[in-house]
Structure formats: structure tokens, C-alpha cells
Design a protein around this ligand. Structure first.
Ligand SMILES: Nc1ncnc2c1ncn2[C@@H]1O[C@H](COP(=O)(O)OP(=O)(O)OP(=O)(O)O)[C@@H](O)[C@H]1O
Length: 836
């Protein structure tokens, strides 16, 4: 019999201050008197009373609002006597994401890798810290790398764990679903290449979309129920990830696509539910397949419309959010009640998708986030009541094992076994040992790397290949190295080996160290700091750039992956600075370039680089239009877009600072490495009878030890710094996107569409060779495509008070933005760029 285990609940309290910092007056970071809220972190109880008895008691009905596990509140002379709740853990400020990860995520990762499904979900009112917990602080908010969320930590944690457990054969894929206004969207719908897989079949477009004949490229998803494996998402892209860097890039990618709207309570409120999933598959020799997944769910916040002053589109979203959370509550109530045999999972997409996690075969943990502020006490009580009910839900975690993996029939398995034996026999006869026929383990990979390095370092060396699999692995590894080394093998950047622990002095080996090849991108001497969060040639990066810049030549992207803040020109503003040359070599060998005059490129050029010319003939902006639009953008940055512009500047400054740190650390590492070489040469000289060191000088062996230690320490710091740098670059890109999107909406509201107006011009297409001039610090903006659901800051803050006309304009702008995305995606699909 399968043992059942109840859903665990942690309660996390955010610091009271609006800026997210702990209060100076209160060591706990909570500015509430103990008669309203008191915590006991030993018994994990929280006692709370509301100063608003009517609000608190208004919804209480026996057995519904007063869940078992909490002591009853009673009216006492007009005020409420306190209610006490008990949870698995109570996490007051200053609980960090780092410690929360250890407590919550690590056990779930382990259980998922052992074959059990696992879910971590965050729940709570808007602004209570759900997104901070799952995905970290919003970009440009000043939040730092050390605050990064559980999801980013899980990516790294999973690969660490795989390494620790030496589990080379596990296939890891990631997917990301957004549930927005009761529709499912694939947030990685654009990112997959050959290494991605679609669930069930390859129908990526919803039936409704196809029937409508429009919007065919919007990666909406359909949900259906499979008799054997429960709810499945049809068309979901699940991208294969080989290492944590790839995983992080996909995570960033998905979050960039997530709709963010502003409203009064939370500057970066998530208007959707988001489910980031890691899928694991282990295929054993006997044909058994164990599959499991880890879901990390960031639920949208419940909100009181009166408090958020939401209106228009935002209000509609709030209604959807509140409705789906209320269905979630109904499911939880039904599951917690012994007498209910029907659980209304199918009432909403959210509960349907989460069916496994609620009352299913999953290890589930909920982190209830609360905002312990006087204004939010009633919402806090609601959250705690819901959390208490959640604790009563029982799941039955089981290992998901199957033997029908497509090759699982007994006959096929027998055949495979025979063939393997045959192969082994041939290997023995031909004197070959340990031939690689299957997925390499980490140890195999290390051997492959060594083989490649030996091949590169020694001109006369030959590369011995054992099997087709081995050849493929070598090619893939070389490709990866070249990509990371920016393709300059034998040129400015040399592929260098990352020093292994022993070489950095961790072991006793005294062999000479490689030149400081800390990483091909940080190579010593000729420092090449990694310039972009996504490797500029990585699939995910290219996909992203294609997505946001349409058919533009993505390789023209600047150093830091983002360019100077010129708004996207296909909306309303064109570049001002350099007009770039997009050189394409014609068959005649001449450089054909500059189609900026609107000329359609000749057919030979089209075929030479379809990506560059996938858009229809282009009508560029010229002369004063450009200047005017640029001026509009500048005025936007000083006025309505100031907060976003400031956030971007802060993010840029952080990136610069981190880059400086990396340079300094690299210099120190180079210094230590030179010193180690020097001391080793000295020691070798002494051993071979060379001149002895002065008796007053410190023992060179000791010095060598110290230098190695310093080298190791700096290397660790550098690795940390590199991760932080990538994180900051990602944040900067988010700020860019946010500013550009806001500008688009702003300009649209400001200038109604007029054919003759440069900023309101209907023809928003642009020349393929437009450039985005570098700004002072060398950063530049990508040509971001509009997001279907972005909101300009001043619109949102104005919209509740704005008149009907403005509101209509606002809604119209939203619809048009959606149409533009749809149109652009359709073009991409037609041009074949959809499948990267
Ligand atoms: N534990 C915490 N420590 C520091 N800052 C926090 C913490 N929790 C939340 N914050 C800050 O509070 C603000 C709101 O948090 P967050 O966006 O995570 O809320 P949310 O619950 O996801 O809201 P919504 O449902 O509207 O998206 C953010 O600026 C965040 O940085």
C-alpha cells in the first residue's frame, strides 16, 4: 500500500517595509504590536487578530472559514480574540532565499531525482513576496544576486545533485507554462531547437487559433486528460538542458516573456500563474523508464480590487486571478473534507494542471507568503486559513515507473540485449575496451574533454573515435567549446582548459598549471569578459533575439547583448546614430549592403541570408522623423518613464561594477598563477642542484602552498562573480524591455495614429539594417517586439482615473500590441525561423 503524506506548508513573512527592507525599529522586520501578531518559531505558530472584526468575521461559516488546526476567533466586546495557526515552518524576516532553498527545495529536488513528482507552490496576497520567493527580486529594484529565487537555485541545485549522485544518464528537460486569463501559454514556445520535445504531439497551435486562421504563431496550449498519466498539456515545449547555464538561460527567457502589469500595491505584479517544470527521465537497462517532475509554481496574487484600484484590462485580469484562486480553494476544501467524493479539478485551468500536486501522487510543499502589515491583516488571516486547509490535503507520492517507453516490448528488449552482447563480443575480439555506446557519464565527459584538449594542444595528435555515439559526443563538446570561446579557436581567444581541482592546488599534484584559462571567456592575459548573459551564439539567445527583433540579423547585437536605449523602431522610433552596414557577400564576391533606402534586396541576397530579409519590403524612417522620435524617447525617459529609466541606469551600473570585479579578480588570479609557476620553477631548480634560495627567504614550499591557496580562493570568488554577472545582465535586459514596452504604449496614447505623423505612422516596419547606436557605456537596446500584455507605467497609474475615452484608447492599444505580435510571429513562422 502506498503511504500517504500530507501537503507541507511553510509560512514566510515578508519584511513590513514597502521597500522590502527590514524595519530599523523592529528586529524582526515586522512593525506590528504583539497583540495583533505574534510568532513562535519553536512551535511554528502564529497568533493573529484583526482590528477589523466585521471584515474578519464576515465570511466565517462553520467548517469553511474556520479550518481545523486553527483555534477559533471569537468576538469579545467588539474586538476579535486572537486566532492561532500552526504550520510546518514559520519563516519570519530576515529569512533569505538561500536558507529557504535549503529547507524547501533541496528535499524536493532529491525526491524528484529519486522518481517522485514534486511541487513547490507559493500562495498569498499580491505583494506578499511570492515572485520574490520563486524568481527573486524584480529587475532594477536594487535586489542582488544573493536574493535570487528558488527556481534559479533549483537549476543549479539539480545539476549539483546529479554530479554528486554521479547520475549521468538522467535526461533533464524544462518547460514553462503561464496561465493568463484562463488561457495556457508556452513561455518557452520560442526557445526550443532540435533539442526540444513536444508533449504528446507537435500541434503547437490551439484549435481555436487555427480555426480563426490568425495568430497561428501564438504558442497557446491545450489541456487534456490522459487515462494513464493524468492531465497533460498538449503542444508544450520541453527543452533539453545539459547544464545549469542552459537551464538558467531558459529560466530567464521564460521570465522575460511573462506579463507584468503595474498597479498600486506592487510595482511588478505578476498578472498570471506561472509553472516552471523540470522533467526527469531515467531509462534503465531493463527497459524501465522512470519519469518524474519538479514543478515550481508562482501563483498570481489574490487581490482586493478596492485596494489595488484596478480598472480596465487590469481589472479583468484581477477577476480571472481571483476566480481561479477561488476554484483552487474549492478544490482544497473538497480534498480536505472526508465526505466529498467529487473534486472539481476541471473548474479552472490552474486546478486542472495542478491535479497531480493536489491530492495526487506528488510531494507537495506550499509556501504561504504573508505581508504582516496593519493594512493587510485581513488578507493575512485569509491566507493563513487557506494554508491551514492545505495542510490537511493528503497526497500519495509514488515512483512513476513504466516499461512502455516505445521500445519497451519484451521482444524489442530481447533484441537490444542480443545486439549489445554481439557488440561487446566484437569489441573483445578487436581488443577494444570501454567503448561508449550510450549517454556519457560525467566521468566519460571528462575523458572526452581531455581527449579534445590533447588533440588541440598537440598538432600531431590523432583523435581516436570508438563509436558513433562517441563521435557525436566529441563533436557536441567541441561545438560547445567553440561557442563559449566565441569561435576564435586559434585566433585571439584560445580554447583553454578549466583547471581541475588538483591543478589549482586542491590536490597534491605539482604539475605546471595551464595558463589561466579560467574559462575561455575569461582567459588570462587577453581578458575577454563574458559579454552576454546568453552566449551570443547559443540557441536560446538567438531564439530570444529573433523573437524580440523579428527578422533582424541577430549577430548585429552589441557587446552586452543589449544596446543603447533607443526604442524599438518598428513601433515608432528609429535609430539616430550610425547607420550600419549589413554586409552580405554576393556570389560575385562583392559586399552588398545598405538596403536602407527601402530597396528590396536582390534575390541572391535573400537566399544568402533569409533571416535578414524575412520581412516584407521595408519603409525606413528618415531624417527629422528619426530625430523627433528620439526626442520623444528622451522626454519619456525624463518624465513618465523616469522610474524605469532610473532602474535601467542602476542595473547598468551594477553590471559595470561586476565587470570591474571580474577584471580585478582575473588580475589577481593571473598574479597568483605567475607566482605559482615561478615558485615551482625555483623548487625544481633547487632539486636539480641549482642555486639554493637565501636562508632568510621563506621556505618556497610554504610560499607555494600559500600561493595555491590564494589561487583557489580567488577562483571560487571569480566563479561566484561570473554567476552574479550573468544574473545582473539578465536583470538589465528586463529593465530594457520594461522601458521600451512602456515607451511604446506611451507614444501610442500620446499621439493617435495619423498617417502623416512620424510617431503615429501606421507603417511601423523598418529597414533590416537599422542599427542601434552604442551609448556611453557601450550598452545598447535590443529591438524589442511588443509584448501582448504590457502596460505603460503612466497608463496604468492614470487608467483608474482616466475618462472612458482614454480607457478605450488604452484597451485598443493593448489589442493592437497583441495583433502586432501575432503578425510578426506569423511572418517568422512562414520564413521558417520558427523552428530554430
Ligand atoms: N522576503 C522579502 N525580502 C525582501 N523583499 C521582499 C520580500 N518579499 C517581497 N519583497 C519585496 O516586495 C515586493 C513585492 O514582492 P513580490 O513581487 O514577490 O510579490 P508577489 O506576492 O509576487 O505579488 P504579485 O502577486 O502581485 O505578483 C517586491 O519588491 C519584493 O522585492
Amino acid at each position: 500500500m502506498v503511504a500517504s503524506s500530507r501537503i507541507k506548508v511553510f509560512v514566510r513573512l515578508r519584511p513590513t517595509n514597502e521597500d522590502g527592507k527590514s524595519s530599523k525599529n523592529n528586529t524582526e522586520g515586522i512593525d506590528l504590536p504583539p497583540n495583533l501578531l505574534s510568532l513562535d518559531t519553536v512551535s511554528n505558530t502564529i497568533t493573529i487578530s484583526s482590528p477589523h472584526p466585521l471584515r474578519n468575521t464576515g465570511r466565517i461559516s462553520p467548517g469553511l472559514d474556520q479550518p481545523a488546526g486553527s483555534t477559533n476567533s471569537t468576538l469579545n466586546g467588539g474586538t476579535l480574540s486572537p486566532t492561532t495557526f500552526q504550520f510546518d515552518r514559520l519563516l519570519p524576516p530576515p529569512t533569505t532565499n538561500s536558507s529557504l532553498f535549503q529547507l524547501s527545495c533541496v528535499p524536493l529536488i532529491r525526491s524528484a531525482l529519486a522518481g517522485y513528482n514534486a511541487t513547490l507552490l507559493t500562495y498569498g496576497q499580491t505583494g506578499a513576496g511570492k515572485t520574490f520567493t520563486t524568481f527573486g527580486p524584480p529587475a532594477g529594484s536594487g535586489g542582488s544576486y544573493k536574493d535570487r529565487g528558488l527556481c534559479a537555485r533549483a537549476v543549479a541545485g539539480i545539476f549539483d545533485e546529479l554530479k554528486k549522485q554521479d547520475k549521468g544518464g538522467i535526461e533533464v528537460r524544462v518547460s514553462c507554462i503561464e496561465i493568463y486569463n484562463e488561457s495556457l501559454f508556452d513561455l518557452l514556445g520560442f526557445a526550443g531547437g532540435e533539442d526540444s520535445q513536444r508533449e504528446v504531439d507537435d500541434r503547437k497551435y490551439s484549435k481555436a487559433n487555427r480555426e480563426a486562421g490568425a495568430g497561428t504563431a501564438v504558442p497557446t496550449l491545450a489541456l487534456f486528460e490522459s487515462a494513464s498519466s493524468g492531465p497533460q498539456v498538449r503542444g508544450l515545449r520541453m527543452v533539453l538542458v545539459q547544464n545549469s547555464e542552459e537551464g538558467l538561460n531558459l529560466l530567464f527567457e521564460s521570465q522575460m516573456n511573462r506579463a507584468i502589469a503595474e498597479h498600486q500595491l506592487n510595482d511588478a505584479s505578476s498578472r498570471s500563474h506561472c509553472i516552471f517544470t523540470f522533467h526527469f527521465v531515467v531509462r534503465s537497462e531493463g527497459g524501465k523508464v522512470i519519469s518524474s517532475k519538479l514543478n515550481i509554481v508562482d501563483l498570481a496574487g489574490s487581490e482586493r480590487l478596492v485596494k489595488t484600484e484596478a480598472a480596465g484590462q487590469v481589472q479583468r485580469e484581477s477577476n480571472y486571478i481571483n476566480k481561479s484562486l477561488s476554484f483552487l480553494e474549492q478544490v482544497v476544501i473538497a480534498l480536505a473534507s472526508k465526505s466529498r467524493d467529487h473534486i472539481p479539478y476541471r473548474q479552472s485551468k490552474l486546478t486542472h494542471v495542478l491535479k497531480d500536486s493536489l491530492g495526487g501522487n506528488c510531494n507537495t510543499l506550499m509556501i504561504a507568503c504573508v505581508w504582516p502589515h496593519l493594512n493587510h491583516l485581513d488578507q493575512t488571516i485569509s491566507t493563513l486559513k487557506f494554508a491551514t486547509r492545505m495542510q490537511m490535503v493528503k497526497n500519495k507520492p509514488t515512483v512513476n515507473e513504466s516499461s512502455k517507453s516505445g521500445v519497451g516490448s519484451a521482444k524489442l528488449l530481447r533484441q537490444i540485449k542480443q545486439l549489445k552482447e554481439e557488440l561487446a563480443f566484437h569489441d573483445i575480439v578487436s581488443g577494444r575496451v570501454a567503448v561508449m555506446y550510450e549517454q556519457p557519464t560525467p566521468r566519460d565527459m571528462q575523458k572526452v574533454k581531455d581527449q579534445i584538449f590533447a588533440y588541440i594542444e598537440d598538432e600531431g595528435a590523432e583523435m581516436e573515435v570508438q563509436s558513433l555515439t562517441h563521435t557525436r559526443v566529441i563533436m557536441a563538446e567541441m561545438r560547445r567549446m567553440i561557442i563559449e570561446g566565441k569561435g576564435e579557436v586559434g585566433g585571439g581567444t584560445t580554447i583553454m582548459r578549466t583547471p581541475r581541482r588538483e591543478e589549482a592546488g586542491a590536490g597534491e599534484g605539482d604539475g605546471p598549471l595551464e595558463p589561466v584559462g579560467i574559462n575561455p571567456l575569461f582567459s588570462g592575459g587577453n581578458l575577454a569578459v563574458e559579454e552576454t548573459m546568453l552566449s551570443p551564439t547559443s540557441d536560446a539567445y538567438i531564439a530570444r533575439k529573433k523573437q524580440i527583433r523579428g527578422s533582424e540579423d541577430v549577430e548585429a547585437v552589441g557587446d552586452e547583448g543589449v544596446r543603447e536605449m533607443t526604442p524599438r523602431s518598428n513601433m515608432s522610433v528609429s535609430p539616430v546614430k550610425k547607420r550600419p552596414e549589413m554586409k552580405t557577400r554576393s556570389p560575385a564576391g562583392k559586399d552588398s549592403n545598405d538596403y536602407s533606402t527601402g530597396q528590396t534586396p536582390p534575390p541572391n541576397v535573400r537566399s544568402a541570408s533569409p533571416a535578414q530579409f524575412a520581412t516584407p519590403p521595408i519603409k525606413p524612417y528618415v531624417g527629422s522623423d528619426v530625430v523627433e522620435k528620439k526626442a520623444e524617447f528622451e522626454s519619456f525617459k525624463l518624465g513618465a518613464g523616469k522610474a524605469r529609466s532610473d532602474a535601467l541606469n542602476r542595473a547598468k551600473a551594477q553590471v559595470k561594477g561586476k565587470k570591474r570585479n571580474i577584471k580585478e579578480l582575473t588580475n589577481e588570479i593571473n598574479y597568483n598563477k605567475d607566482r605559482i609557476d615561478f615558485l615551482m620553477a625555483q623548487l625544481r631548480g633547487t632539486e636539480s642542484g641549482g642555486s639554493p634560495t637565501s636562508p632568510r627567504a621563506e621556505d618556497p614550499t610554504k610560499q607555494l602552498k600559500a600561493a595555491k591557496k590564494a589561487y583557489r580562493v580567488k577562483m571560487e570568488e571569480l566563479n561566484e562573480c561570473k554567476s552574479e554577472y550573468k544574473f545582473l545582465l539578465h536583470q538589465k535586459e528586463q529593465c530594457v524591455q520594461s522601458l521600451v514596452t512602456a515607451f511604446d504604449s506611451w507614444i501610442k496614447m500620446k499621439v493617435p495614429e495619423e498617417e502623416d505623423s512620424p510617431v503615429g505612422r501606421k507603417d511601423r516596419t523598418r529597414a533590416p539594417d537599422e542599427d542601434y547606436g552604442d551609448d556611453d557605456d557601450g550598452t545598447a537596446s535590443p529591438n524589442l517586439q511588443p509584448q501582448a500584455r504590457d502596460y505603460g507605467d503612466e497608463f496604468y497609474s492614470e487608467s483608474p482615473r482616466a475618462g472612458r475615452k482614454e480607457q478605450e484608447e488604452y484597451n485598443k492599444a493593448q489589442i493592437q500590441a497583441k495583433e502586432r505580435v501575432t503578425e510578426r510571429n506569423a511572418t517568422l513562422k512562414k520564413s521558417g525561423e520558427w523552428k530554430l
